[in-house]
Design a binder for this molecule. Structure first.
Ligand code: SF4
Ligand code: SF4
Length: 298
């Protein structure tokens, strides 16, 4: 594969998110593509302690010659954030003059951000809105990639939606991206990943800046958000380890006679999500229906 433009100075791409979102997949696709194009690539990543919601990041640097695998503060040409607050946390790595910011408006709110257990209390989650951040960086795209992916039938391909958005900022042809992507995703997800890639790519290409930014509001979550949350318990996955029961701050969970967890006091549950985060078997999900609806794909 040939790229039209082979810059002497390396291009720096920083990809950030939390455990389980697919940061490393995005990074691998980009690094493989650069290698296929005959460029020198250095990739570094940190994901050791990040299995359940911890920070994950990957630096990808490519060009004619690349000496260091690490991107310095203020030197990222492009940042891709798979989670909104992670994007804000790494913002000082982005070039202030010409850096491109691409972020999912998806919020993964850590339970520790709910320091006030009163129902309806504001969390300590990052309050900055997409419009504020994009004003600051100059060249940015905030899209609800997770919802776009869910609309395609699999919210786990949100990372591929963002990969498609990233593809518009780099000089590789669409077919090159898709060829690498096909080789890295499970065969049965090839089709949905291809559609997710094109959805992200087209979203950026058709981006209407004022309208999309106005729509892309990110509200600060509140505890017990709107009271219309619910717990989804996958009984087949619960092994009755009791962790969530012991750790629930509101004491509203118990194990039933079959040693499966049950929500015994829904009114007391504040949707803090601690049970979801601590369950080693992914048996609990806290679903909130009142989350804001940020920008959708056109
Ligand atoms: S059941 Fe889960 S979400 Fe509800 S208060 Fe307990 S730990 Fe938090
Ligand atoms: S932590 Fe998970 S596996 Fe353990 S009891 Fe709770 S739901 Fe079941």
């Amino acid at each position: 594969m040939n790229v039209e433009h082979r810059p002497a100075v390396p291009t720096n791409v920083l990809i950030v998110g939390v455990g389980g979102q697919g940061v490393i997949m995005v990074s691998k696709v980009l690094a493989s593509l650069c290698q296929q194009a005959g460029l020198e690539v250095k990739q570094s990543e940190v994901h050791g302690m990040a299995k359940r919601g911890g920070s994950v990041f990957s630096h990808v640097r490519f060009g004619e010659t690349v000496l260091s695998p690490m991107i310095a503060h203020g030197e990222a040409d492009i940042m891709v954030a798979l989670e909104w607050a992670e994007g804000l946390r790494w913002l000082d790595y982005l070039k202030r003059d010409g850096g491109t910011f691409i972020a999912d408006t998806q919020q993964i709110v850590p339970p520790v951000s709910f320091r006030n257990r009163r129902r309806g209390a504001r969390s300590g989650y990052a309050p900055a809105t997409p419009a504020e951040v994009i004003d600051l960086v100059g060249n940015g795209f905030a899209l609800d990639a997770t919802r776009m992916a869910a609309g395609l039938g699999n919210e786990r391909v949100a990372n591929t939606v963002l990969l498609g958005a990233l593809s518009t900022a780099l000089p590789f042809p669409r077919e090159g991206w898709l060829g690498v992507l096909d080789g890295l995703v499970p065969p049965k997800t090839t089709e949905v990943n291809r559609r997710a890639f094109d959805a992200g790519r087209e979203w950026v290409q058709n981006f209407d800046r004022p309208a999309e930014q106005a729509a892309a509001a990110v509200a600060v979550p509140v505890s017990g958000d709107g009271l219309d949350h619910r717990l989804e318990i996958t009984e087949a996955w619960c092994k009755g380890c009791d962790i969530c029961v012991k750790m629930c701050p509101e004491r509203c969970l118990t194990l039933n006679a079959r040693h499966i967890v049950e929500l015994t006091d829904p009114a007391a549950c504040t949707a803090c999500r601690l049970c979801e985060w601590l369950c080693p078997d992914f048996a609990i999900r806290v679903l909130t229906a009142s989350a804001p609806a940020p920008a959708l794909a056109k």
